[in-house]
Design a protein around this ligand. Structure first.
Ligand SMILES: [Zn+2]
Length: 173
């Protein structure tokens, strides 16, 4: 336990987390460590295993129909996916590259608050994507395992290919 991000090869990031069974002050200590670990960074979410804690706890910054993002602490979240699957370009605190993946545009999340109240969220767009990314962490899934990495090589290859394409349609003088 601690307030540091674990390395991407840490086994805790690659296995399902344990359900939270005690709604006590331990949850508040873990969420505080999660906040400390992301201090000074613009983040949309973090999951407990990313700081080495084996517990189904997510912090997600969601708009949920409002104008601004607000922090939601999701304990033992369960997600159902709806609607079209759209391309999504994502980064992660636990991996270095950007990844292209696909996410469901709509989702329905059931979860418990840190005080043990059962709640629901109906999410769409970015909110839905954020929830899917973070809840994947609780199942031991990283975007590096499911997405296509967009590294510098990828962009260089893309630029090169479009140059070649342009050259083919350019008139010769
Ligand atoms: Zn992540």
């Amino acid at each position: 336990m601690g307030n540091r991000l674990v390395a991407c090869n840490d086994p805790i990031l690659h296995k399902p987390c344990k359900e939270v069974t005690d709604f006590d002050c331990n949850i508040h200590m873990i969420t505080e460590d999660m906040r400390i670990a992301t201090m000074g960074r613009e983040i949309l979410g973090i999951a407990a295993p990313q700081i080495g804690v084996d517990a189904k706890i997510v912090i997600a910054h969601l708009k949920n129909g409002g104008k601004f993002r607000e922090e939601y602490v999701l304990i033992n979240p369960h997600i159902e996916l709806y609607g079209p699957r759209i391309p999504s370009l994502e980064s992660c605190l636990s991996t270095s590259a950007l990844y292209l993946t696909r996410r469901s545009f709509f989702s329905h999340v059931c979860y418990f608050t840190p005080d043990g109240f059962h709640k629901h969220l109906k999410l769409s767009g970015w909110d839905s994507i954020i929830a899917q990314h973070e809840i994947d962490h609780l199942e031991g899934k990283l975007i590096s395992g499911t997405g296509i990495p967009l590294t510098a090589d990828y962009f260089i290859a893309k630029a090169y290919n479009s140059l070649v394409e342009m050259a083919q349609v350019m008139p010769t003088f």
